[in-house]
Design a protein around this ligand. Structure first.
Ligand SMILES: *[C@@H]1O[C@H](CO)[C@@H](O)[C@H](O)[C@H]1NC(C)=O
Ligand SMILES: *[C@@H]1O[C@H](CO)[C@@H](O)[C@H](O)[C@H]1NC(C)=O
Length: 342
């Protein structure tokens, strides 16, 4: 099914709307209230983003299911990794939406993607959850698609750190210093977060399968802020957990925003005021307020982008220069771009 070009329906549901909704549930005879709660065009929360309907220029290049997207702020290129038989696995677009080129090498089932710039190199990292001869790996490519580095044991699911073995690695985040954070994984046996040095030595490991503090069920996405906190979308446990990047110590957890569906992505806006979080099964992208240094507290919704049914936003990325948000939608089989209004 194609839902091409379907603009995301933007609905703001602030706390006032929630109160109206609650009142309506308690007093369903209040038809007027229902009309206000469901049909009123006025917004309670700020609207911070709008859909860029002109991106990309030619959506027909999405021939498979786009699972992830990464923006390289150095040259404003957008990398989309898609799955499918006989489709190019990585599509490269300009930030204006023009298709530039594609590449394939050794990719089976891309899951997460990051564009990484360190003082010495620029590259694209992709996690591959395939079950064939190249799967269960995290791979580094040059920007033109040349395979540079493979972490993990290709074709073999495992849980060891030496030699590295993954089971459906979900996402990788690399700091400018070259330090690496991996969430492993998207299902599978491991359910762990770990940090590697730039030369791929284990620095610390957290997790294990479970619902307890610091445990995970499908750790699906990872990012690090500039004050040294590691944010993990613990999708199956319907929470975001936060860790200290130096020690791996658990710092806190957010769950009240994820009662309906777990978070599937975590990315910060350039000013780190907000965290952009997708919810796959309820077709929603949340803009959450980032907490101050030294306190995690609980989550606080600032804006909501409500997408149409079955769009299924999987992973997102933010251009750290322009603040534009790109959403990889596996149901709608497209990537959409949202631009900040201010
Ligand atoms: C990648 O794979 C697809 C499907 O197998 C093929 O059509 C395409 O030519 C390949 N190469 C590139 C650069 O996309
Ligand atoms: C994780 O734990 C749950 C409940 O204890 C169990 O049902 C599930 O199979 C476990 N998953 C893995 C991957 O071990």
């Amino acid at each position: 099914m194609r839902l091409r070009g379907r603009p995301g329906l933007v609905v703001a549901m602030g706390s006032a709307a929630a109160v109206l909704l609650l009142l309506y549930c308690a007093f369903p005879q209040w038809q007027v209230l229902r009309a206000i709660a469901f049909y009123s065009p006025w917004r309670i929360t700020q609207q911070l983003y709008k859909l860029d309907v002109g991106w990309p220029k030619h959506p027909e290049y999405f021939t498979g299911q786009p699972f992830c997207v990464a923006v390289d702020p150095l040259d404003d290129l957008v990398y989309v990794a898609q799955r499918g038989d006989n489709v190019p696995k990585v599509l490269v677009f300009s930030e204006e939406g023009y298709f530039l080129n594609s590449w394939n090498s050794t990719l089976e089932m891309p899951h997460g993607i990051s564009a990484v710039n360190t003082p010495t190199s620029s590259s694209i990292w992709i996690t591959d959850v395939g079950t064939g001869e190249y799967g269960h790996t995290v791979k580094q490519f040059s920007r033109s698609g040349k395979l540079i580095q493979v972490l993990g044991t290709p074709g073999k699911a495992g849980s060891a750190l030496n030699p590295l073995q993954f089971d459906q690695p979900a996402e990788i985040f690399v700091e400018q210093t070259g330090e690496i954070y991996i969430v492993d994984g998207d299902g599978g046996m491991n359910n762990r977060l770990f940090k590697l040095s730039p030369d791929f030595k284990e620095l610390w490991l957290r997790g294990g399968n479970g619902t307890g503090v610091g445990q995970f069920k499908i750790p699906h996405s990872v990012t690090v802020d500039t004050v040294g906190r590691v944010w993990v979308a613990d999708r199956g446990n319907k929470r975001i957990q936060v860790f200290d990047k130096v020690t791996g110590e658990w710092l806190g957890s957010w769950s009240s925003c994820f009662v309906e569906d777990g978070p599937s992505s975590v990315r910060f806006t350039p000013d780190e005021k907000y965290l952009i979080v997708a919810q796959l099964n309820i077709n929603r992208v949340y803009v959450l307020a980032a907490p101050p240094v030294g306190s995690i507290g609980d989550c606080n919704v600032v804006d909501t982008i409500q997408l149409a049914d079955m769009v299924k936003p999987h992973l997102v990325d933010v251009n750290v220069k322009t603040g534009a948000i790109y959403v990889a939608e596996i149901g709608a089989q497209q990537v959409q771009k949202y631009v900040p209004l201010n």
